[in-house]
Write a new protein. Structure first.
Length: 264
């Protein structure tokens, strides 16, 4: 039997396993337990392992719900921060190894035994590419950002699927539809690997906030962008100077929904 924990970050849900013993999991097994009818159900599967790096408390491996090893997951990173603290292997602040290197995370507040507010350091890898119909950038995972009106009427599944497989993105991408609201944005995301809309996406809201800042031509300085999603609210903070983004922070809620055991 394998003990698992079910966490979610603003509705983006994951199955987490303490894998410091170093066992392996097949693609088929991961896809089965992530299935919402035949398994536990989740947007992704995450293992916590020993890190080989002295500056890292642990290593994170993230798999999409189709069982494939994937790139960085922002909400999953915030969930594993709470998980590591729950296991007693990290403090309020921690550094861990992920797909794209070392990340710093911080528990801002613990609201209850199962609810946290968590901040993770993000990064923008490379330039923001501009197209007639949107923007492409990499925030640990590749994202296409498109601004829309009447976002609730958008068919995220059909429209997102087309853009996710667009020939401009040979490796595929996640797709974010963004509507500007008051001083912030509302985001809906189609995630590759899940191949459907998720209630929120950490790397996606980060990418959307970056593009929003470019469109709004903010003045240099410390910027905070409020982001709403169907699953909950986030805050993206960063330093913006001469079209350069640094000190990127993704801040939002994390909840431990339940835990249990499943047959291996």
């Amino acid at each position: 039997m394998i003990k698992f924990y079910k966490f979610h970050g603003a509705g983006n849900d994951f199955i987490l396993v303490d894998n410091r013993s170093g066992r392996t999991f097949s693609k088929e097994w991961i896809a089965k337990i992530c299935h919402r009818r035949f398994g536990i159900g989740a947007d992704g599967f995450i293992t916590l392992s020993e890190s080989t790096l002295t500056e890292s408390s642990f290593s994170m491996q993230y798999y999409n719900s189709d069982g494939n090893l994937a790139s960085l997951c922002g909400n999953g990173s915030r969930c594993i921060t709470a998980f590591a603290h729950h296991l007693g292997i990290s403090d309020q602040c921690t550094r861990f190894e992920a797909f794209d290197g070392i990340h710093t995370a911080r528990i801002i507040e613990q609201n209850s035994a199962t609810e946290w507010e968590i901040e993770i350091e993000m990064r923008l890898n490379g330039p923001v590419q501009t197209y007639e119909d949107g923007y492409f950038l990499d925030t640990g995972s590749p994202h296409f950002v498109q601004f829309v009106k009447n976002i609730e009427e958008i068919d995220v599944y059909e429209r997102g699927k087309r853009l996710r497989h667009d020939s401009r993105f040979p490796n595929g991408c996640n797709v974010n539809f963004v509507e500007i609201r008051n001083s912030g944005i509302f985001v809906r995301t189609y995630e590759r690997g899940v191949e459907d809309e998720t209630l929120s996406c950490g790397t996606g809201v980060t990418a959307s906030a970056i593009v929003y800042a470019k469109k709004q031509t903010f003045h240099n300085g410390e910027i905070e962008v409020p982001v709403a999603t169907r699953g909950g609210d986030f805050s993206i903070r960063f330093t913006y100077r001469d079209d350069y983004f640094s000190k990127l922070k993704l801040i939002g809620p994390v909840t431990l929904a339940f835990y249990g055991e499943i047959q291996s």
